[in-house]
Design a protein around this ligand. Structure first.
Ligand code: 5GP
Ligand code: ZN
Length: 114
């Protein structure tokens, strides 16, 4: 996806504050954090949203969820609690059409997204 900002981050064409990288995923800090800890977990492969992931991608999806939990622990927010979210489509509040999870923590969250 040529014009996708997250694909550009994966390719190193746009900088990011990287927290974790492996063969399949990249984790970096959100540029406009909504909480003291706000990480974005993205697959290196472009999917428009979680709707585009299928059973074939179950291992990748599971790896992203497990990495989210491990990084929540490493960031020190797992004890008090955190939120793992993915937005899909405009009514879901998705603004970047490259599938991603948000990890939000470090303050009291409430409401739709806290
Ligand atoms: P969405 O609204 O699609 O669920 O989440 C997109 C998130 O990506 C937003 O929280 C927004 O702040 C973040 N974001 C958008 N562009 C960039 C960028 O270039 N770098 C980083 N680090 N985050 C971005
Ligand atoms: Zn992309």
């Amino acid at each position: 996806m040529q014009d996708c900002i997250f694909c550009k981050i994966v390719k190193g064409e746009v900088p990011c504050d990287k927290v974790h990288e492996d063969e399949d995923i990249l984790v970096f800090r959100d540029i406009n954090p909504q909480a003291p800890v706000h990480l974005l977990i993205i697959p290196k492969k472009h999917y428009n949203s979680i709707v585009d992931m299928t059973e074939t991608d179950a291992a990748l999806a599971g790896h992203m969820v497990n990495t989210a939990a491990r990084l929540a622990v490493a960031s020190g927010v797992a004890g008090k609690g955190f939120r793992l979210v993915t937005n899909s489509g405009s009514e879901g509040g998705q603004t970047v059409p490259h599938m991603h999870f948000h990890v939000l923590g470090g303050r009291q969250l409430s409401g739709e997204l806290g």
